[in-house]
Design a protein around this ligand. Structure first.
Ligand code: DAT
Length: 177
């Protein structure tokens, strides 16, 4: 557990994974089930201009990690947040009590990203990211391994099961031992 975890009345959870693995779908269902606050970092960056412009090659905003961390510090200290982002190495380690890494089989993910309009380098970069388990490795390097949990997200049943087990985990907060 994170060093500050016991002080929080409600836990902070990071939901990460390659784009298309179901972070936003899972996080919003989990927030609804538990009344925790869903923070979609991509949306926050756009709304509050926490970026350094648009990257034409990667077709996304260049996130300003310092501005994002400053923006979230108070709310994270309070607890009760589900943070949804396809990266995890720049947040302070102390923020999170659980880090969930969603994973999707290649053929399923390929279809989801194609439907979303990804093509060319953007599509292949994201497929490689999933094949090489980049987010799982990044999570294990950035957080204590005992709070990192990899969950399959291939179909609706997986979402239902994941939301249900994470809801149980949140309801039993704080841990007794
Ligand atoms: P992310 O936030 O990781 O980019 P998303 O939640 O926006 O992913 O989902 C991308 C698309 O895939 C969206 O149309 C919902 C669908 N999807 C995600 N996870 C799924 C799952 N486990 N089963 C079925 N569809 C899923």
């Amino acid at each position: 557990m994170a060093a500050d975890g016991n002080k929080r009345k409600r836990p902070n959870i990071l939901v990460t994974g390659t784009p298309g693995t179901g972070k936003t779908t899972t996080s919003s269902a989990l927030a609804e089930a538990t009344n925790l606050r869903h923070i979609n970092i991509g949306d926050l960056v756009k709304e509050k201009n926490l970026h350094d412009g648009w990257d034409d090659d990667l077709q996304c905003h260049v996130i300003n990690e310092d501005l994002v961390c400053d923006e979230l510090e108070d709310v994270m200290e309070e607890g009760g947040n589900i943070v949804d982002y396809h990266g995890c190495d720049f947040f302070p380690e102390r923020w999170f009590d659980l880090v969930v890494v969603l994973q999707t089989d290649n053929t399923v993910l390929y279809d989801r990203l194609s439907k979303r309009g990804y093509e060319g380098a953007k599509l292949s970069n994201n497929m490689e990211c999933e094949i090489f388990q980049v987010l799982l490795e990044e999570a294990k390097e950035s957080y204590s391994e005992d709070i990192v949990k990899a969950l399959k997200s291939n179909n609706i049943d997986d979402i239902t099961r994941n939301v249900s087990s994470l809801t149980d985990w949140i309801r039993s907060w704080p841990p007794t031992s």
